[in-house]
Design a protein around this ligand. Sequence first.
Ligand code: ASP
Length: 339
Amino acid sequence: MRRMFLLLSVMSSMVVATTARAEAPSTAPAPGRTALVIHGGAGFVPKDALSEEDTRDIHATLDRALDAGNEVLTSGGAALDAVQAAIRVLEESPRFNAGKGAVFNAVGGHELDASLMEGHTRRAGAVAGVTTVRSPILLARAVMEHSPHVMMAGAGAEAFADTRPDIERVDNSWFDTDHRRRALEQAQQASAAAGGDDAPAYFGTVGAVALDREGHVAAGTSTGGMTNKRFGRVGDAPVIGAGTWADDRCGVSGTGWGEFYIRNAVAHDICARVAYRGDSLAEAADEVVNRIVPDAGGDGGAIALDREGNIAMPFNSGSMFRGWIRPDGSRGTAIHEAD
Ligand code: ASP
């Protein structure tokens, strides 16, 4: 009950944040230069736990997601469309914990969360706990564009999906993969060995932040949440300001132990530091991810992008699947720190 109160009170403060005007006078964005950053989740994957084939496939999939988003940006499309295009590729890959390949909850099913936000308009859409929607990010977009709401959850979100012929539905078992089932078994054994404590087990959430030619920023995040989460648990990914945020100068997508991202309004805090304090994007992202979250007892990472095209990708979890294309066209993908 106390947790629910906490979640609701944090969420209501987010609503205030999302309807607020831009916090500080801004200089005009520099149009023409595009940039994109994506993640496929933070967590701890020892290097020797990934076969060569796994590693190759993860890099290749990140590259395909970058290509999909970049194609939108280089043809003059909107940052929001680029974010959606990149996330769609990652949702369809069983490698990542979003869409196909989403983790199992404690009762052996999948509940998916997603959100996206466009910075200069402060439009946002989110869905939580959906079970039959192949692409939660597309449903979040539909909530934003075809409903008066920002967030819809559970059965109501599915009923809304029923009204959208463009939203593909699948049986919940469509999201199943063997490796996620093994992860559930391991998490449940670890939890039993720890006397029933819910061990945090996350990895593979996906997200993207893009800067388009108009100088606009958008961000989005999609996830199956945390392995062995309780039925009905909602993480940070669909909470605007926690897992996803974009304003007219900065965007963030987070990945990590969601409860701590909600309690610390991580995505909004990074951009607020840029807006209110004039911090550089790198300083702001580093302070929140590498000090505030761990000091509170959590862990994870984030990707952040500002309208100058600066990119930050801090994580404190040992690894984070990630990829980027900078305004000068240089690009890369990485998993561990030293990549
Ligand atoms: N942040 C996600 C959640 O707590 C998990 C993740 O990032 O992998 O639901």
